[in-house]
Structures are given as structure tokens and as C-alpha cells.
Ligand binder design. Structure first.
Ligand code: PYC
Length: 309
């Protein structure tokens, strides 16, 4: 029987499952190369780790790897029950909390290799984690789409480690009681945005006024696979920061407090990398809590050993 050792955590309510040992040897090479190997040769391990019956579409998996770049503390491949993610902000905060829980790192700066580039994380003395994300930018402003049964929606296409469609003007109520309707609305928007020439967009992010004191905005984020992000979404907040920077609505270094649909928060800020190209380096700060440590058993006699579907 094969075994996968996992550590679970949540960041602002959004779960991360780090696979810390076991599974296939992906060899050496860049993390993108090893992600492609995991996808093409060993995808069943992704399904076994985060899919039903051991997991669900809500869990984001993080496959821990030895880094290729010796200046990095670790390499990581992010995935969920639907496929693979480029970067994951809440997952990186969960990964750093997990490495600290395992005694592998202490407070200070740690570089992490992801398939889309190196991110620089700081584990603060109080347990918070800051992630200096990959370069982020807005690709297109004010894209209008006709959403069947909902009418017109307008938003921006932006990159923050994953591709987002960010919608600020809509009639939706951003509350937990409304997540079924919000998910349907966002899934329809995504189909239209993909058909309008942006096939890379796999996350849709709605913004509205904050409900908690001190926040600047509340969001709802639909992820690939159709689960919604319980956290404020690190890559989504990075994309938002890129848009705010491009519009001159947030000064370099100023704090932006992004509230999630659960009411958890990330604090973001940015530094310009290339003002003419609209590229920023976002920093996202949040907190993760480790809540389980387990061994997954992969028993070939089990008809659902490699997941459902
Ligand atoms: O925090 O970047 C994020 C994220 C992406 C998908 C779920 N969470």
C-alpha cells in the first residue's frame, strides 16, 4: 500500500493540504517541468490527494518538492480537484505555516519556487506570513460581456499568479447566504470571458463594499473547479492591486485590506516594477493555522483509491 503524508491548514478559512512525503519521484528540473510530469504521468496522485473521497473540490493541494534553485527553501506545485494552479497565495501562507509547524523553517525570509516563478515569503514573529508574489499586471480594462440570464457585466482581465476577471459593477449581494447564486453568476461570466478571447481566465472575482471595520473591499472569488475561495484569495488580491495601481487608486506602499466572503482578511500592498508596462510586485499578508496531520493510504483494492471521477 502506498502512503502520502499530509499536513492540512487553513488560511482565512480556505484549506491547503501539503503533501510532505510519499508519491512519485518527479526527478529534477524546473518546478514547471515537474508540474508537467505530475500532470502527464502521475495525475492520479493529485486526484487521490485532494479529490473525493479523501478530499473535496474546496481543498487546494501543495506538492512539496526540493527546489531547483539553491537559494529557495522549497519548491511547490499547487493543484485542486479540477487541475493545476500557477501560484496560490493562501496556499503559500499555508505552506509556510506548515514548514514552521514541521520545524523546517523559523521566522525570517524564505524563498519558494513555484511553476510561475519564485515568491519571497516572510514568517513574522507573530505567526503572520507575507508573500511577495510574482509580477502582476492588468492585461485589459473594461471588458464587457453579456451574461445569459443576468445581463451585462464589465470587468478587467488581470494576472496575479493566476488569471482573473475582476468585476466591480454588478447587482449581486456578496454574502455567504448567496454563494450558490454568486457561483452561478461567476461561472456564466467566465464562459463568456473565455469565449470573448480570454481563454486563460479561470478565476472570476466580484468586489463590493466591505462589511467589517478597517477593510477596503469585500470579494467573492470563483476558482477553477467551481469552488469559491473562502479566503480573500492571494493571487486575486494581487490582480486587484495591479488594477488599483494602474488606475492610480492606491499609492505604492499603501495598505489595501481585502475581506473575503467569510469576513477573513489579507492586507496587500505593492511596489512598482515597471510603471510603463503596469507591472507591480504585490505583497500579501495573512495567517494560516495547521489543523491536521495525517497519512493517506492508497490501497489499490479500493475502487476509489485514485479519487472519484
Ligand atoms: O489564494 O491565490 C489564492 C488562491 C487561488 C485559488 C484559491 N486560493
Amino acid at each position: 500500500m502506498e502512503r502520502l503524508r499530509i499536513v492540512d491548514s487553513h488560511t482565512g478559512g480556505e484549506p491547503t493540504r501539503v503533501v510532505v512525503a510519499g508519491g512519485p519521484d518527479l526527478g529534477r528540473g524546473s518546478i514547471a517541468f515537474r508540474r508537467d510530469r505530475l500532470r502527464s504521468e502521475f495525475d492520479r496522485y493529485r486526484r487521490a490527494a485532494v479529490g473525493e473521497p479523501r478530499g473535496s473540490e474546496v481543498i487546494v493541494g501543495a506538492w512539496l518538492l526540493a527546489p531547483e534553485d539553491a537559494s529557495c527553501a522549497a519548491g511547490v506545485i499547487y493543484f485542486n480537484s479540477a487541475g493545476y494552479l500557477g501560484m496560490c497565495g493562501h496556499g503559500t501562507i499555508g505552506l509556510i505555516a506548515t514548514l514552521a509547524h514541521l520545524g523546517r523553517i523559523g521566522p525570517g525570509e524564505h524563498r519558494i519556487e513555484t511553476p510561475v516563478g519564485i515568491v519571497t515569503c516572510t514568517l513574522h514573529e507573530d505567526g503572520d506570513v507575507s508573500v511577495r508574489n510574482v509580477p502582476s499586471w492588468r492585461a485589459r480594462k473594461n471588458v464587457t460581456v453579456e451574461v445569459p440570464e443576468w445581463g451585462t457585466a464589465m470587468g478587467d482581465v488581470a494576472y496575479g499568479g493566476n488569471w482573473f476577471f475582476l468585476v466591480a459593477q454588478h447587482e449581486q449581494d456578496l454574502t455567504l447566504a448567496n454563494v450558490v447564486q454568486l457561483s452561478d453568476f461567476c461561472a456564466r461570466i467566465r464562459r463568456e470571458v473565455n469565449a470573448r478571447g480570454f481563454p486563460q481566465v479561470d478565476h472570476v472575482e466580484l468586489f463590493g463594499p466591505p462589511l467589517i471595520a478597517g477593510a477596503d473591499s469585500r470579494n467573492f472569488v470563483l476558482c477553477p473547479g467551481n469552488a469559491y475561495d473562502r479566503s480573500p484569495c492571494g493571487t486575486g488580491t494581487s490582480a486587484k492591486l495591479a488594477c488599483l495601481a494602474a488606475d492610480g487608486k492606491l499609492a505604492e506602499g499603501a495598505a489595501w485590506v481585502q475581506e473575503s466572503i467569510l469576513g477573513s482578511t489579507f492586507t496587500g500592498s505593492y511596489r512598482w516594477l515597471d510603471r510603463a508596462a503596469g507591472k507591480v510586485a504585490p505583497v500579501i499578508r495573512g495567517r494560516a493555522f495547521v489543523n491536521a496531520q495525517a497519512t493517506l493510504l492508497l490501497d489499490e483494492r479500493d475502487p476509489f483509491c485514485w479519487g472519484v471521477g
